[in-house]
Ligand binder design. Structure first.
Ligand code: DC
Length: 233
């Protein structure tokens, strides 16, 4: 673990396109650092699943916002992962269906939903230092963090990865909806390290991220060590 007990929690923000390896690499990085992994896409998927369950039209922003106001959720942290439960239940398998994948980017365009998600994602800090993956973590949820990463890969490679997982999905359409929505669109955060991993394994990608985290941490500590001297002059 890189963090000392009395230091404030650190947030590692990992954003990027669909199937760019965010989940695999975020989990590897969280495990290596001993930080809690948070999949914010799973939170949006959980709301999409809930709406489908409740027969709410996911294209009706008002109805989706109302559902987000009234659903009964709690944040849980187990085995190094933080996630949302609805009425005490985490729909781990249900949120990965093609139906939920098709519905989720509609739910994610609703500004009241994004406000709720941002607040809830902030609350995850109560679990300690985090590796949080999503689309707007470095730009909107924790823009103040020094540790921002943006993963991407060629569309053909990302489609191949999804197909290898047994999922047929129009990634180009989802990327377009994620990057063109009015609220918190998918963008490269200022200061983010961009990693195109089309030709890289997940071990190589996570090693690149970890090396950069260690470099940035060392720079931060050096800057902090210099501060009192500068102030004393
Ligand atoms: O990473 P994923 O495929 O599970 O994400 C599901 C959807 O949620 C995706 O269409 C983008 C959206 N999302 C978002 O808008 N903001 C986030 N922080 C995470 C996911």
């Amino acid at each position: 673990m890189l963090q000392s007990k009395n230091k404030p929690p650190i947030v590692i923000a990992i954003d990027g396109t669909s199937a760019s390896g965010k989940s695999t690499n975020s989990k590897l990085v969280a495990k290596a650092l001993g930080f809690v992994h948070v999949d914010t896409g799973a939170m949006y998927r959980t709301l999409a699943w809930y709406c489908l369950q409740q027969r709410i039209d996911v294209q009706n922003a008002k109805a989706v916002a109302a559902a987000c106001r009234r659903w009964k959720t709690a944040l849980k942290c187990a085995d190094g992962h933080a996630y949302l439960v609805v009425d005490g239940y985490y729909p781990a398998r249900e949120i990965r269906t093609a139906e939920v994948s098709a519905a989720v980017s509609h739910v994610a365009t609703v500004s009241k939903v994004r406000e709720w998600m941002k607040k809830t994602q902030h609350e995850c800090i109560k679990f300690g230092s985090l590796v949080m993956e999503g689309r707007d973590i470095g730009t909107n949820v924790f823009p103040e963090t020094d540790f921002k990463y943006y993963l991407d890969a060629k569309l053909e490679e990302r489609s191949r990865r999804r197909a290898a997982d047994g999922i047929q999905e129009n990634l180009a359409a989802r990327d377009q909806r994620d990057s063109q929505r009015a609220v918190a669109p998918l963008m490269i955060a200022l200061g983010a390290k961009v990693i195109n991993n089309s030709q890289m394994t997940s071990d190589q990608t996570s090693a690149t991220i970890l090396a950069d985290i260690r470099k940035r941490m060392a720079e931060r500590e050096q800057a902090q060590a210099r501060k009192p001297k500068a102030e004393a002059r």
